[in-house]
Design a binder for this molecule. Structure first.
Ligand code: FES
Length: 140
C-alpha cells in the first residue's frame, strides 16, 4: 500500500467513524421543537373575562384552559383545570384563592401546586396575557 492509498483509506475511515458524532451534533444544534408549541392561542375576549372573572375553554390545542382574573388584574392565572387525581374539572374558589376539585376535594394553589390531596401532581399552568381585546395563553 502506497502513501496515497493509505491516506485515502485513513480519510474514509475517519469520516465513517465520525459520522454518528457529526449527525448527533447537527441534530442538537437545531432549534428545539418545543418553541413551536409555545405559540400564543386565544381563549376569549376581555369582556368575557371581566363578566365573571374567569374563562373556561374546555378544548384547545393545548388542552383545557381556565383563566382567572380581569382586565384590571396585575397578573392573570391560567391552568389546565383537569384534576391530576382522576380527571374532574376543578373550580375556582375566589374567596379561598384556590382551585378546588368537586370530586374528592383536592386543592391547588394559583401556581398549580397541590395544597391538599388526594391529588399528588400539580395542575399544568400557562402563561397568560391580554393583547388588545383578546385573552391569550401559551405553555410555560
Ligand atoms: S378527581 Fe380531583 S380529587 Fe379526585
Amino acid at each position: 500500500m502506497n502513501r496515497r492509498n493509505f491516506l485515502t483509506l485513513f480519510s474514509v475511515s475517519l469520516f465513517v467513524s465520525c459520522s454518528p458524532i457529526l449527525f448527533a451534533a447537527s441534530y442538537a444544534a437545531k432549534p428545539k421543537l418545543k418553541s413551536k408549541y409555545r405559540k400564543w392561542i386565544s381563549v376569549g375576549t376581555v369582556e368575557e373575562l371581566d363578566k365573571t372573572g374567569q374563562i373556561l375553554k374546555e378544548e384547545s390545542s393545548l388542552g383545557a384552559i381556565l383563566v382567572i382574573g380581569t382586565s384590571k388584574s396585575k397578573n392573570l392565572v391560567a391552568v389546565n383545570p383537569t384534576c391530576t387525581h382522576l380527571g374532574c374539572t376543578v373550580d375556582w374558589e375566589a374567596e379561598e384563592n384556590i382551585f378546588l376539585c368537586p370530586c374528592h376535594a383536592s386543592e391547588f394553589t394559583t401556581d398549580g401546586k397541590v395544597q391538599n390531596g388526594p391529588a399528588a401532581k400539580p395542575l399544568s399552568t400557562y402563561e397568560a396575557r391580554i393583547l388588545l381585546n383578546t385573552v391569550m395563553v401559551r405553555p410555560v
